[in-house]
Ligand binder design. Structure first.
Ligand code: SF4
Ligand code: SF4
Length: 100
């Protein structure tokens, strides 16, 4: 597994924690994670009665759910997990993510 870290302003190492999954069963679609992520990783979508992810304007939408639009853009800042009250977000260490 590679040794991956970035540097803080003071030169000490910062170990990024990249987003890995969002649990669509526990996510309540509140949008808090979307508001704090400035890297275009997340996308609010609709969920049907049959747990099919569809566009938010679809007639079959039963509830909203957060999805990963582009996991590769995550910088590992951990802001999303800090604001998620339903513990739906899983992060993994950068070294583990990049080795996969
Ligand atoms: S860890 Fe940071 S960059 Fe990655 S999805 Fe969460 S808020 Fe966005
Ligand atoms: S903060 Fe948590 S519950 Fe709210 S939309 Fe994001 S993942 Fe879902």
């Amino acid at each position: 597994m590679p040794d991956i870290h970035a540097l803080r302003r003071d030169g000490t190492p910062w170990l990024p924690m990249y987003i890995e999954t969002i649990n669509g069963e526990t996510c309540i679609g509140c949008g808090r994670c979307y508001k704090v992520c400035t890297h275009g990783v997340l996308q609010l979508m609709g969920m049907t009665e049959d747990d099919e992810v569809v566009t938010p304007d679809d007639d079959e939408v039963e509830r909203m759910v957060m999805t990963l639009a582009d996991k590769g853009r995550c910088v590992g800042c951990e802001a999303c997990i800090q604001v998620c009250g339903s513990k739906s977000i899983t992060l993994i260490p950068a070294a583990e993510a990049l080795a996969a």
